[in-house]
Write a protein that binds this ligand. Structure first.
Ligand code: ZN
Length: 224
């Protein structure tokens, strides 16, 4: 809340180049908008086709970190643009078999992180991106249908096999309004690393009878 007021009073410079004006200026935005299919290596079983706007480094990394820490509206708006553009490309690549309306489902943040940060960064991006998709002619509705089924250990430092075991059956589908029954799901997250979280999200939704063809993220990390 305090950050939100400070941002109004003292606008932050561009996170990429430091120039005054937009929080992510047009030049920097163009540099981080390279939608492509980027799959994790190794690819977890059941992972939908993953599209991201850019590799997780440089400007896009700074933007995601700043957004998650501060929850700035200006950054949410810029990243939602990037996400919606990427989602439109992903859907367009499958125009022969996929048609809207799409259900845009955010991967839920762990409860603790929502509490400590006071905002749900991915849920907000998903809601904004769904509106932008619809405005651009791809009918989409946000559907915050996933919740935690149980607590999971911190994923940091776990191998991809350990992550998969840690996350198994950790998500469940909530009785949330918002998506027509047959709507294909676009899973949304900020970053894809191993893909284990997205695969678990897809499993839960498919178990509830949903079609989950695509996942869309702002950025994709490369595993070392
Ligand atoms: Zn810039």
């Amino acid at each position: 809340m305090l950050n939100a007021w400070l941002d109004l009073l003292l606008p932050q410079p561009c996170v990429g180049c430091g120039r005054a004006g937009a929080r992510l200026c047009d030049g920097c935005l163009a540099g981080v908008t390279a939608p492509a299919r980027r799959m994790p290596e190794p690819c977890p079983a059941g992972l939908p086709e993953c599209w991201s706007a850019a590799p997780y480094s440089g400007v896009v990394r700074k933007a995601v970190v700043a957004y998650k820490e501060r929850g700035e509206a200006a950054m949410a708006s810029a990243l939602a643009d990037v996400l919606a553009f990427t989602a439109a490309r992903a859907v367009g690549a499958h125009a022969d078999r996929l048609a809207g309306p799409f259900a845009v489902v955010p991967v839920p943040s762990a409860r603790r992180s929502v509490r400590t940060r006071g905002h749900d960064p991915v849920g907000r991006l998903a809601a904004l991106a769904a509106r932008r998709l619809t405005a651009s002619g791809v009918e989409a509705r946000v559907w915050p249908a996933l919740g935690q089924a149980r607590r999971v250990a911190d994923q940091a430092g776990l191998s991809s096999t350990e992550r998969a075991a840690n996350l198994a059956s950790s998500l469940r589908v909530l009785d949330a309004p918002g998506a027509p029954p047959g709507a294909p799901v676009l899973l949304v997250d900020d970053i894809v690393t191993t893909g284990c979280t997205l695969a678990e999200a897809a499993r839960a939704l498919r178990a509830a009878g949903r079609l989950v063809p695509l996942a869309v993220t702002v950025a994709a990390t490369r595993r070392k």
